[in-house]
Design a protein around this ligand. Structure first.
Ligand SMILES: C[S@@+](CC[C@H](N)C(=O)[O-])C[C@H]1O[C@@H](n2cnc3c(N)ncnc32)[C@H](O)[C@@H]1O
Length: 219
């Protein structure tokens, strides 16, 4: 039987599973921008989808009208360029200067759509209809998750939606820090109602089989 491809993880032994060796890193705390800077600098970005996921395209096509959208922890921000091209008001933020540089390079003439900012203190320039999540909650150490839930609820007016991809898998280590569905519900349900949840099948290998498209509406 063929072996499943090995997904590189930071705790791999060098060259494990025939995969290229994972670089060594000085920074281990993913609550810090330096952690992410180092991974972008060493081109270790296994979360990067290199494009716009199918479930987002489907969601946008069904909306029928532009929605003012914030993308926190945007990384290379492919979705910002694409939403902007659909005529949607969009801002993308990331606290890592290396991530912002990568997003600005990718956005080209629309580079001003991305800002270097911390999600927990950022004030968007417009009232939000949506916040788009991909690989952001699972990037945060779990001791920041309550703050994540609170900040999402502060940023979105009643009726606004938190939409995107959640990594529904219990993991010991991270990032990515996965979550059981019940734990995500406990985190968000006091301020949000879940309107849609479905597993997707176009995940990058680190999220394969456990990435779910979800829509949470602010109460
Ligand atoms: C795993 S990457 C995901 C990037 C992107 N969302 C994607 O799907 O490719 C997580 C990103 O969140 C950013 N990040 C982490 N904590 C942040 C914070 N408090 N404020 C803004 N960005 C943050 C990191 O710098 C990193 O670029």
């Amino acid at each position: 039987m063929p072996h499943a491809p090995h997904v590189p993880r930071e705790d791999d032994a060098p060259g494990q599973g025939g995969a290229p060796a994972v670089p060594s890193f000085a920074h281990r705390d993913s609550s810090q921008a330096a952690f992410w800077d180092e991974r972008f600098a060493k081109a270790f970005t296994p979360w990067d989808a290199a494009g716009v996921p199918a479930a987002l395209r489907t969601f946008v096509a069904a909306e029928g009208a532009p929605r003012a959208t914030l993308i926190p922890g945007c990384g290379a921000a492919y979705e910002a360029a694409w939403l902007d091209a659909q005529g949607w008001p969009v801002r993308a933020i990331d606290f890592s200067p290396m991530a912002v540089a990568s997003a600005k390079a990718q956005l080209g003439p629309r580079a001003s759509l991305v800002e270097q900012a911390d999600f927990f203190t950022y004030a968007p320039p417009f009232t939000l209809d949506l916040i788009y999540e991909r690989a952001f909650l699972c990037a945060l150490p779990r001791d920041l998750w309550q703050d994540y839930g609170r900040r999402m609820a502060q940023l979105l007016p009643s009726g606004g939606r938190l939409v995107g991809f959640f990594f529904l898998k219990e993991t010991q280590k991270g990032p990515p820090f996965g979550t059981a569905p019940d734990a995500l519900d406990a985190l968000l349900a006091s301020d949000f109602v879940c309107e849609d949840a479905r597993r997707v099948d176009d995940s990058v290998p680190v999220f394969a089989g456990a990435e779910h498209w979800m829509v949470w509406r602010r109460r």
